[in-house]
Design a protein around this ligand. Structure first.
Ligand code: SAM
Length: 316
């Protein structure tokens, strides 16, 4: 079997810049005072969050008072989140927007739209599907289905499925499918014009818990997650076993693996948020053999993601 070493999957610097175009607000030299201030703000916010959690743990406060990513905590956060409109809007010019996030890329700091990175991820998801020749694809923790709704357009004869813990996420995805044409805001977020109108309506979206998915063994050629395992810290072993069970061959994870937490600030942020942060090699413990581990792309200060491809392997 051909090893997926990144060829045809990862993005070049020029491709990244082209996909970011129009989705960043302002750029800074990394050493500039202005950027150091952005970093300091994140550091203070995350440091305070971390200390608060530690304090509550020492005082043996109930889990519901802390940032502990239990299933209940995640559901409480995401049901109302997906019940609101979370479709990418173009970056408003002129003033700082609450949806901006700090990212670092190619020696610069940027304040970018929180939807900027999804443009890059979608390209990787699309390329992975093409590179593996997958005909059946599952996204686990698909939220409101944005990735699937977008990549579906360029995929013919590929059966796409998305599951999410929240009913609100699935309802939002299905609401998009009730329209004749794809939402213009989604089209604007895509890298090119619509080529297969109607493909987005063929995706199957269903509410399900990633620890017990309603699919037979080996149902999907490719299973992927995008910033979803990060929310499953408390159930990660069960989810990884389940992903391996329903996947037949290939896997893609775009998640905050330990490898992409490249400095103390990012390590602090990921601990404060209790995000999942396993080293990629540890996937092997769940019968998922990693090939590609790549993060030479824009990294958020909080939860910078790593692209990891893996193949189904024997369980130890
Ligand atoms: C940060 S959001 C990412 C959503 C989507 N993948 C994206 O990138 O836009 C994480 C998602 O994981 C889902 N999730 C968390 N725990 C889950 C579980 N046990 N089963 C299924 N989905 C889960 C949440 O409901 C949420 O929609």
């Amino acid at each position: 079997m051909k090893k997926l070493d990144g060829e045809g999957i990862v993005l070049t610097a020029d491709e990244i810049d082209a996909l970011l175009e129009g989705w960043t607000f302002s750029s800074y030299e990394l050493g500039s005072l202005a950027w150091q201030k952005e970093r300091a703000k994140v550091g203070l916010r995350m440091g305070w969050k971390y200390l608060k959690n530690r304090g509550k743990r020492l005082l043996k406060a109930p889990a519901s008072f802390m940032t502990v990513r239990t299933k209940e905590f995640v559901q409480q956060q995401y049901e109302p989140f997906w019940a609101e409109d979370q479709i990418p809007a173009p970056v408003p010019k002129g003033k700082r927007h609450k949806a901006f996030m700090p990212i670092e890329w190619n020696g610069k700091g940027y304040l970018a739209s929180r939807f900027s990175k999804a443009r890059l991820s979608n390209e990787i998801i699309y390329r992975m599907i093409k590179a593996t020749g997958a005909k059946t694809v599952l996204e686990v923790g698909c939220g409101n289905g944005l990735h699937l709704l977008e990549v579906a357009d360029r995929l013919k004869d590929v059966k796409l499925t998305g599951v999410d813990l929240t009913q609100a996420g699935i309802t939002a995805a299905q609401a998009q499918q009730k329209t004749v044409a794809l939402d213009p805001r989604i089209v604007h977020h895509m890298p090119g014009p619509v080529v297969n109108p109607g493909n987005f309506r063929k995706i199957a979206f269903l509410q399900a818990d990633a620890t017990a998915m309603p699919f037979a063994d080996d149902s999907f050629d490719l299973v992927y997650t995008h910033t979803a395992l990060e929310q499953m810290n408390s159930v990660a072993p069960a989810v990884l076993r389940e992903i391996r069970r329903v996947g037949r061959k290939d896997f893609l994870f775009i998640e905050p693996f330990a490898e992409s937490q490249v400095d103390a600030l990012r390590k602090l942020a990921i601990a404060a948020k209790d995000h999942w942060r396993l080293p990629a090699a540890r996937l092997a413990e769940y019968g998922l053999k990693p090939d590609l581990v790549w993060f030479n792309w824009p990294l958020k200060l909080v939860g910078g993601t790593c692209v990891v491809t893996a193949r189904k392997d024997v369980l130890a």
